[in-house]
Design a protein around this ligand. Structure first.
Ligand SMILES: Nc1ncnc2c1ncn2[C@@H]1O[C@H](COP(=O)(O)OP(=O)(O)OP(=O)(O)O)[C@@H](O)[C@H]1O
Length: 267
């Protein structure tokens, strides 16, 4: 048996691989020794309390910031060590939605979704409009294409942001706090859309959130960060982390207990 050949042909390259990553700002370290994989078609959630570095981790994963040490591989290629051309190519395979959807206020919803195609492709206008409408249809926003962002509800802004993140055909979507600021029903509907996109298009999602309900609903796996430990303190299936984690900090999070000391709250 040819082991090398088997390895080369095995469909085991993660969509994203985070390897011994150390991140921070200036001399301040937020997280170190972080390693995990995101598999194709998987929804992986990054969770943890406020300020533990979830968004910063995501920004390092998409090559927006340079980590202090370690590596991030996108489909096997390092986005950390990539030159600018290679990095731009890798980034085009990553669709990113920032917290508020970040739409341009002076453009219609359709124009916002079309924007990456206007910027990065030579496709004709009719074709681009067709793609943008199709994307809006996929996020259940077909009727809103002519509206301005100011006319949209919070949930609609997020949906339009997701459609725009998909415009260049990204297979990996990174969503920063998609349910933040949404009422529970709107958040649940958005969760359903995210699951639908994964199921119908096979997209891979990395979702930063601390919305417990959302985590339990959509995540195949979660990695949990902790500000004090500056490490990943848990990784696994959310319901198993909730029910079986031996770590009090993890149980506190999943059982919605406030930031009480991990000890002394027992019986
Ligand atoms: N560009 C930056 N320069 C310096 N410090 C930053 C920068 N961005 C974030 N920070 C700091 O890093 C820490 C982690 O921030 P980050 O936004 O990554 O956390 P988070 O877990 O996503 O928080 P939240 O859940 O509140 O959004 C915070 O103390 C923040 O002030």
């Amino acid at each position: 048996m040819d082991g090398d050949e088997a390895t080369a042909n095995a469909p085991t390259t993660p969509a994203v691989s985070v390897r011994d990553l150390k991140i921070g700002y200036g001399s301040r370290v937020l997280l170190e020794g972080a390693s995990f994989d995101v598999w194709r078609g998987e929804i992986l959630v990054i969770l943890g309390g406020s300020g533990c570095g979830k968004s910063s981790l995501m920004k390092n994963m998409i090559g927006l910031y340079q980590p202090m040490a370690g590596d991030v591989l996108i489909a096997g290629e390092s986005i950390v060590r990539a030159g600018s051309t290679q990095r731009a190519r890798l980034q085009r395979g990553l669709g990113v939605m920032y917290q508020a959807g970040a739409l341009f206020g002076s453009l219609t919803v359709l124009e916002n979704v079309r924007f990456p195609l206007d910027e990065f492709t030579d496709i004709g206008l009719e074709q681009k409009n067709l793609i943008a409408r199709m994307l809006l249809h996929q996020v259940e926003m077909a009727d809103a294409q002519s509206l301005m962002p100011a006319e949209l509800s919070g949930g609609m802004l997020k949906r339009a942001g997701i459609a725009r993140a998909m415009a260049l055909g990204a297979e990996i979507l990174m969503l920063d706090e998609p349910s933040a600021g949404l009422d529970p029903i709107t958040a649940a509907n958005l969760d359903r859309t995210i699951l639908g996109l994964r199921d119908s298009l096979g997209l891979t999602f990395v979702v930063v959130t601390h919305e417990l309900q959302s985590i339990l609903e959509i995540a195949d796996r979660a990695v949990m960060l902790d500000a004090d430990a500056r490490r990943i303190i848990a990784e696994g299936v959310p319901s198993e982390l909730r029910d079986r984690s031996g770590d009090e900090r993890v149980r506190q999070f999943f059982n919605r207990r406030p930031d009480a000391p991990a000890i002394s709250r027992g019986s």
